[in-house]
Design a protein. Structure first.
Length: 179
């Protein structure tokens, strides 16, 4: 079936600059009608990056939600996902969990994928059966996560779109995820 654009849920998201603007208004530095100078935004962004990195280095779970798009390989059911240093099948920051997913076929049609628990995935039948995937199991593991599709893709014409939860990047050579 095709994915519809109607939804009974709403999404709420803010970006880095909105957080900075709201904070500066809250502390009384600016009024809601003011245009905040770029130098103040840059200074606040740097301070926020340092704060987030400090939280993460102390073990606090600092995470963000994003979309990952992974092309499929014909007759391949399992894919590893993680940073390049772990030599995964698909390079991306390792997700902590997959919140939802859908398959987009060659014609642009979307098919929802059910994200199963380990227990429910283990109850599924023939795991080598080829067809159109409609379920998946995600095992986050330590260095790289493993996504296993059910059914096994019969062609490489589709891609899977994941909405993932992952840790904010703590690497010093990268900028904050909040941009």
């Amino acid at each position: 079936y095709a994915r519809t654009t109607l939804s009974t849920t709403s999404a709420f998201g803010v970006n880095r600059d909105s957080i900075i603007q709201d904070a500066l208004i809250e502390i009384g530095k600016y009024k809601p009608s003011d245009t905040i100078p770029a130098t103040d935004v840059t200074h606040c962004a740097r301070a926020m990056n340092v704060m987030i990195k400090a939280w993460a280095s102390k073990g606090m779970l600092v995470w963000c939600v994003g979309e990952v798009v992974m092309p499929l390989v014909a007759a391949k059911a399992s894919y590893t996902m993680g940073p390049a240093s772990t030599t995964p099948d698909f390079v991306t920051p390792r997700p902590m969990r997959i919140m939802s997913a859908f398959l987009r076929d060659a014609n642009g049609n979307d098919i929802d994928l059910t994200v199963e628990s380990r227990f429910d995935y283990n109850l599924l039948g023939n795991k080598s059966q080829q067809g159109t995937p409609n379920q998946l199991f995600y095992d986050p593991q330590f260095n790289k996560g493993v996504v296993t599709l059910y059914d096994v893709p019969q062609d490489a014409l589709s891609s899977v779109h994941f909405i993932v939860q992952r840790q904010v990047n703590r690497s010093e050579e990268h900028t904050s995820e909040l941009q």
